[in-house]
Design a protein around this ligand. Structure first.
Ligand SMILES: NC(=O)c1ccc[n+]([C@@H]2O[C@H](COP(=O)([O-])OP(=O)(O)OC[C@H]3O[C@@H](n4cnc5c(N)ncnc54)[C@H](O)[C@@H]3O)[C@@H](O)[C@H]2O)c1
Length: 212
């Protein structure tokens, strides 16, 4: 499939396009030009045209892109048309916040099981999600066929928990811990580093805001 050939930067922009296209659909707009899209999502129109060309979605001159067919197409690529069950491991401060949030606005991703070592937490339900003891991790991941996990445990146990998670069949890990975890080939890790994001923002404010 073409999916494997999409550059990473393009893949990262897909959810942004998808979200905006849905807004257009809700507003009963049937087509959109790359310039219009560019203004809305703050990506230059040449990049948008190049991104879309990777999927073979070529806009017609003077017409633009058909909103509905683009959405249909992106839905498939982004797996938005099927529900993805996700596990959360480590129900502390951050874990609780994510459980509470539980990706409501997207509707197709949900945390369906959470795990923690604390005895007091085991076999309770938090924000509608069952919390299992770590001894049940592998069994639950396998039974629920969960392939994506969010890691919110302390850094010193992150690698050990990662190994257990991968043994349960998980193929993708959203890693909130500061540890750069090691995974076998075929398992993908996405690191979320809030400090880094904040520092990047501050850097941009300091270096680019005074130019104009
Ligand atoms: N709190 C934040 O704002 C924030 C932001 C970004 C990243 N992080 C990182 O996310 C992780 C979690 O942060 P936090 O503030 O929620 O910590 P926390 O101490 O509040 O929560 C950690 C949870 O993990 C559980 N845990 C410990 N060992 C475990 C194991 N072996 N298996 C399963 N569960 C285990 C603990 O019982 C606890 O409930 C840390 O690595 C932290 O550095 C935190």
């Amino acid at each position: 499939m073409t999916e494997h050939k999409i550059p990473r930067a393009t893949a990262k922009r897909l959810p942004i396009y998808y979200r905006y296209l849905n807004i257009l659909l809700d507003a009963d707009k049937t087509r959109v030009s790359s310039t219009e899209l560019s203004d809305a999502v703050k990506v230059d129109s040449a990049t948008i045209r190049r991104d879309f060309s990777y999927f073979g979605a070529l806009g017609k001159r003077g017409y633009g892109y058909d909103v509905e067919s683009l959405i249909k197409f992106f839905k498939k690529i982004l797996n938005q048309d099927r529900l993805t069950s996700v596990a959360l491991i480590g129900v502390g401060n951050l874990g609780h916040a994510l459980l509470n949030f539980n990706f409501h606005q997207d509707g197709n991703v949900r945390i369906s099981a959470a795990f923690d070592v604390k005895d007091s937490m085991a076999n309770t339900v938090q924000s509608g999600v069952p919390i299992y003891p770590m001894t049940d991790l592998r069994k639950q991941l396998e039974e629920q066929q969960i392939e994506v996990a969010i890691l919110t445990v302390p850094a010193d146990v992150a690698q050990q928990v990662t190994d257990e998670t991968v043994a349960g069949g998980v193929k993708g890990i959203l890693n909130f811990t500061p540890l750069r975890i090691t995974v076998p080939k075929g398992v993908r890790v996405q690191n979320v580093d809030l400090t880094n994001e904040l520092q990047t923002l501050i850097y941009f404010l300091e270096h680019y805001n005074n130019l104009g």
